[in-house]
Design a protein around this ligand. Structure first.
Ligand SMILES: Cc1cc2nc3c(=O)[nH]c(=O)nc-3n(C[C@H](O)[C@H](O)[C@H](O)COP(=O)(O)OP(=O)(O)OC[C@H]3O[C@@H](n4cnc5c(N)ncnc54)[C@H](O)[C@@H]3O)c2cc1C
Length: 472
């Protein structure tokens, strides 16, 4: 089997990239680990940031840079914001329309976040785009290798229906998302495990800013599934209060912006308040029930299932791992450094737009903008690989104790590589990771390699910056 393009991952970045490749007549195969919707894009609630008009571009850029502690790549941020201006027209020409009105989220100076289906933005966009997608498609297929020689990617190895085989292509696009499963508490889809970042390390591909991991401040963690329920930032943007068991809005003790401070600030404040023995809640009692139900239907229904009578009863919340700003280093056209035909798009990539912390709702926008740029670059380059056959790795993909080690990793990452970091804790995590690497199968090993890179980067950055917070 040989295609013009293989896209690994069926999230928004992958599917949006496929749209342009298909329109250009390139044969495109999307490979995805589980079901098509089993991705973070499907669970996105708040929305997509789109600059209001040309006058808003400088302010959107400034908000993005401020949230990212000015660690961002300015050129990439400019492209992000300027390209957003065309997105509404592009989507509506394709047949997709957002809900009327825009909302404001934490650290945005003005309202500019578009949503759909109330708090079901990701689900609605993803469903719409997938229904129109014309790619070849394999689900329940796990990519466990990328076949590389002399800086050219020739194809991938997949495990599909209990058999392992190679698929070849002229271009490979990695769109495998973030790293949620590395942390004990996380908001991510169950398929998001950071394996491709580990594979990148194995292949000598550069990762950047891996210490920059974002924790979402308002997550309902009292549920049995490993994926915890995110309580969208839009709620705080629209007036919800973070309070403790005494009803006190304690965030103002940490930052004068209170609920509207950036994610890292709010997460740290909640974490520190919890460490002082307090319980933390999101008070949504100021919302009318009918409005709440219509505007935030996912949250309303899920919390009712867990016996929380919103909006009358406060929602118990805690921070949880949410998003990684770091990833595979790419240029402004999403091409992996030193490669002729390898691309990374969406959360797995590091375009530089988010810097040390991501501005809320900038990641779906990044998927749209940089996935399209990747497609345009691929179409322009028209790169062809020679026919070549690669052997399949003989490494065992899974071992008996993988689950045990993966759970221990999740504990270590949460405790030692979380919201507040110290050299002692980071070294403890590093020690555990290095001693575990040869005990697990290949797929778990790839996760461990990613985790090791996060820890090493966190150790190397001795000062606090953005989402990376060192108390020593
Ligand atoms: C609960 C939640 C709410 C969010 N809300 C917002 C929001 O409102 N606005 C915003 O901008 N951002 C939001 N985000 C972040 C945003 O959703 C993600 O950053 C974005 O969707 C990532 O898209 P992606 O296409 O890069 O990856 P994903 O959508 O995560 O897709 C990754 C794909 O790769 C596949 N995959 C992974 N590994 C393999 C493998 N080894 N083999 C084969 N396939 C593989 C997965 O199965 C999946 O299909 C939210 C995230 C979460 C978790």
């Amino acid at each position: 089997m040989k295609f013009d393009c293989i896209i690994i991952g069926s999230g928004l970045a992958g599917i949006w990239c496929a749209k342009f490749l298909n329109e250009a007549g390139l044969s495109t195969l999307i490979i995805t680990k589980k079901q098509v919707w089993d991705c973070n894009s499907f669970y996105a609630q708040g929305g997509v940031t789109i600059a209001n008009d040309e006058n808003d571009v400088p302010l959107h850029i400034e908000d993005t840079l401020k949230a990212g502690s000015f660690h961002n790549k300015k050129e990439a941020v400019k492209i992000l914001s300027e390209s957003s201006l065309k997105l509404i027209k592009e989507l509506s020409t394709y047949g997709f329309r957002f809900d009327p009105g825009v909302t404001k989220e934490g650290a945005h100076s003005i309202p500019r976040v578009y949503h759909k289906g109330g708090d079901a933005t990701g689900r609605e966009i993803h469903k719409f785009l997938f229904q129109k997608d014309k790619s070849f498609f394999i689900d329940e297929a796990l990519v466990f290798d990328i076949l590389i020689e002399n800086n050219i990617a020739y194809g991938v190895s997949v495990l599909h229906k209990n058999s392992q085989y190679n698929i070849y292509s002229n271009n490979i696009i990695i769109a495998t998302g973030g790293i949620g499963a590395l942390y004990k508490y996380d908001t991510n889809a169950r398929t998001i495990a950071g394996e491709m970042q580990g594979l990148a390390i194995e292949k000598g591909i550069t990762l950047k800013d891996m210490e920059m991991t974002q924790f979402h401040p308002t997550v309902f963690i009292e549920m049995k599934f490993s994926q915890k329920l995110l309580i969208t930032e839009a709620l705080r943007g629209e007036g919800a209060h973070v309070v403790d068991e005494n009803g006190k809005r304690f965030l103002f003790e940490y930052d004068k912006r209170g609920e509207l401070a950036s994610r890292d600030v709010v997460s740290r404040a909640i974490f520190l308040h919890q460490q002082k023995g307090h319980k933390v809640y999101l008070d949504v009692s100021m919302f009318d029930e009918e409005f709440f139900k219509k505007r935030f239907p996912t949250i309303y229904n899920k919390l009712k299932d867990y016996g929380i009578n919103v909006p009358y009863e406060p929602i118990p919340i805690s921070p949880a791992f949410h998003y990684i700003m770091g990833g595979i280093e790419v240029d402004l056209n999403s091409k992996v450094k030193n490669f002729k035909n390898l691309y990374a798009i969406g959360e797995v990539s590091n375009t530089g737009v988010h810097g040390a912390n991501r501005l809320a709702s900038n990641s779906l926008l990044e998927c749209f903008v940089f996935a399209k740029r990747a497609a345009e670059e691929i179409i322009k380059n028209n790169f062809k690989t020679n026919s070549k056959n690669f052997p399949i790795t003989t490494e065992k993909l899974f071992k008996n104790d993988d689950k045990k080690y993966k759970n221990m990793l999740r504990e270590h990452m949460w405790k030692n590589v979380g919201i507040i970091r110290t050299e002692k804790g980071l070294k403890e995590a590093l020690n555990f990771i290095e001693n575990s690497l040869d005990k697990v199968g290949r797929m778990a090993k790839l996760r461990f390699l990613t985790a090791r890179e996060i820890v090493k980067s966190a150790l190397a950055r001795k000062e606090s910056l953005g989402a990376h917070y060192r108390i020593d």
